[in-house]
Design a protein around this ligand. Structure first.
Ligand code: ADP
Ligand code: MG
Length: 385
């Protein structure tokens, strides 16, 4: 298994040529849920050669040559993960290189995109037994920092925030909405908790709890709203000496984003409160797609200002950043339409070309944590007992 993973990583880099100078797009198929089986669903997605995704309309439709000629039935990505793929496999193929980049002062972002129930939160956050990309990335980051601790001091800060209904909230310290301000470092959320992390152990609990702070539907108290976007920002700051022994501060930022359900992106023009929320989610998702379209077309002006989500991601999308898109899909034929939409969008994002990443080398200061971190840590330890 390990050998297979290494091989796959090489394929992705080779195909890319100038790795990091473009977006990488992956697809992850989740297993069929019991509820779907009980409803008589059958699998309409086939993954072939670890790259190609075929959508079949009928049972036993396996003439791939024919499907290849049909519109919207065949797609090909940097890698496609069948439902048997492990969290570690997904992490190491999609995100491990971005973590390496962050340690060299390059920003990066990983998005999970797809309909509600397609597996975005499972991929990003995961469970205690099967931690997802967010947790594995931080674990890997600490391992890599330990391996190169002779390079200087690394400081890791985590922020976890939500964009819901065009309002930004701090998931690590829920309270009043945060105001976005522009300063010379870019867009910052005033008062956002920057949690100084020392080890992986505390991180899963921290993120699980943060996730519980996500907005829920009034009608379904325990379910995260499908309109909520969650963003984990991991900022690594460190000092290195250059050839003439000058100390330079480097900062790399990794943004890991669990996007709102993409099915809402199609709901527009209704004047109830619900649809206002829908329209606002639309705003962030639509703004993200217009930024991506502008990047695809190589436009000079990228409309980051159109939504809170794109403002927050301004320094992590396009330009000199590494971007990874993971499209999550369900295998069920009952979700055929959603799956096809998701694959279309993913297919489009493949065309983004960004400049080769250059490390951030300015001297930047990370402000002191705004909330009482030791209190938060104590609460977490209490909860874990
Ligand atoms: P989303 O965040 O896209 O709405 P979730 O991540 O909550 O969807 O996934 C929906 C359900 O499917 C959850 O119960 C989740 O645990 C399960 N699930 C999703 N992906 C996988 C997977 N790869 N393996 C096992 N279970 C999964
Ligand atoms: Mg979710």
């Amino acid at each position: 298994k390990h050998v297979q993973e290494t091989e796959r990583l090489e394929t992705v880099s080779e195909r890319d040529g100038t790795h990091g100078s473009q977006i990488l797009v992956f697809v992850r198929l989740r297993p069929m849920a019991k509820k779907e089986k009980d409803a008589g669903a059958r699998c309409c997605v086939k993954i072939v050669n670890r790259t190609d995704v075929y959508l079949t309309e009928f049972a036993n439709e396996n003439d791939y040559l024919r499907l290849k000629r049909l519109r919207g039935r065949h797609f090909s990505f940097d890698a496609s993960f069948p439902d048997s793929s492990s969290q570690l496999e997904v992490y190491s193929t999609t995100t491990a290189e971005l973590v390496e980049g962050v340690l060299q002062g390059r920003n990066g972002s990983v998005f999970c995109y797809g309909a509600t129930g397609a597996g975005k939160t499972y991929t990003m956050l995961g469970t205690i037994e099967n931690p997802g990309v967010m947790v594995l990335a931080i674990k890997d980051l600490f391992t890599k920092i330990r391996q190169r601790s002779c390079d200087g001091n690394h400081v890791v800060h985590l922020s976890y925030l939500e964009v819901y209904n065009e309002t930004v909230r701090d998931l690590l310290s829920p309270g009043r909405p945060l105001v976005l301000r522009e300063d010379k470092q870019g867009i910052v959320a005033a008062g956002l908790t920057q949690y100084r992390a020392y080890s992986t152990d505390e991180v899963m609990a921290l993120l699980q709890r943060g996730n519980q702070n996500r907005t829920t539907e009034p009608t379904r108290a325990n379910e995260t709203s499908s309109r909520s976007h969650a963003i984990l920002q991991v900022v690594v700051e460190y000092r290195v000496k250059d050839a003439s022994m000058n100390v330079i501060n480097k900062v790399g930022k990794l943004s890991l984003i669990d996007l709102a359900g993409s099915e809402r992106a199609l709901a527009t023009d209704q004047r109830t409160l619900r649809s206002l929320e829908g329209a606002n989610i639309n705003r962030s998702l639509l703004a993200l797609s217009s930024c991506i379209n502008a990047l695809v077309e190589g436009k000079r002006h990228i409309p980051y200002r159109n939504s809170k989500l794109t403002q927050l991601l301004k320094d992590s999308l396009g330009g000199s950043c590494n971007t990874v898109m993971i499209a999550n899909i369900s295998p069920s034929n009952l979700s055929f339409g959603e799956t096809q939409n998701t694959l279309h969008w993913a297919d489009r994002t493949k065309e983004i070309r960004t400049k080769a990443p250059e490390p951030n080398e300015e001297i930047q200061q990370i402000p002191e944590s705004q909330t009482d971190q030791s209190k938060l840590l104590l609460e977490l330890q209490k909860e874990n007992r």
